[in-house]
Design a binder for this molecule. Structure first.
Ligand code: AMP
Length: 215
């Protein structure tokens, strides 16, 4: 099963992608996490991506497509996937269609919708684990110990992402509305897009996602 989770930054895609993938028995990947991993390892790709990410704008298509295609073509991911944060532009959607032509195509695209005011509130309180990348929220899902990841196997430290700072958040939401909206229309016209209300509890959003992909 090949599933795409779409939604603005802060809509909960990361949290939901991981649990949906587990339920479906496939792998999840987040393009943002892959970029942050490259940054931590200080690769050339990571250095290039940093300059775009810090400004809240998209990394160029050729770089992003190359990175995701490498992940998709890995034999470990051949049984299917949940994509979080890719595609975000028309060129990326086209590249994905081409890559999946002989592999059954995309089964479901689910859009998690959240209002701009709620996104700003969520991203302002978000802290991310520097180990496992799990997001916490000071308002809605705080860690058990301030500044530390709850997962004993991880033991990471929580930090505020540069692009979750107030001045960058507004830009990210604007870029999403401008550049990613056409992709939604593309998938809606193809009849594979479902909508889920992202302002419900995490559990209810998860249930709604599962119903959408089982439909
Ligand atoms: P995210 O963690 O999904 O919010 O992504 C963080 C940042 O990584 C974005 O603001 C972009 O700068 C970059 N990024 C992630 N995914 C993509 C993508 N599909 N296309 C271009 N840039 C991306």
């Amino acid at each position: 099963m090949n599933v795409i989770l779409m939604g603005p930054p802060g809509s909960g895609k990361g949290t939901q992608a991981a649990s949906l993938a587990e339920k479906l028995g496939v792998s999840a990947v987040s393009s943002g996490d892959l970029f942050r991993d490259h940054q931590r390892r200080n690769t050339e790709l990571g250095q290039l991506a940093r300059s775009y990410m810090e400004r809240g704008v998209y990394v160029p298509d050729d770089v992003t497509i190359g990175m995701i295609m490498e992940w998709i073509n890995d034999p470990d991911h051949s049984s299917g996937f949940v994509l979080d944060g890719f595609p975000r532009t028309q060129a990326q959607a086209q590249a994905l269609d081409d890559a999946l032509e002989d592999r059954g195509g995309i089964d479901h695209v689910v859009l998690i919708s959240v209002s701009d005011d709620e996104l700003v509130r969520r991203l302002g309180g978000r802290l991310t684990c520097d180990g496992c990348q799990i997001p916490y929220n000071l308002n809605t899902s705080p860690p058990l110990v301030i500044g530390k990841c709850d997962d004993d196997d991880c033991d990471g430290t929580l930090y505020q992402r540069e692009d979750d700072k107030a001045e960058v958040v507004a830009r990210r939401i604007e870029v999403y509305n401008q550049e990613t909206q056409p992709i939604l229309d593309y998938y809606r016209e193809a009849g594979i897009l479902s909508d889920v209300d992202g302002e419900q509890s995490v559990g209810s959003v998860g249930d709604a996602l599962q119903s959408a992909v089982n439909a």
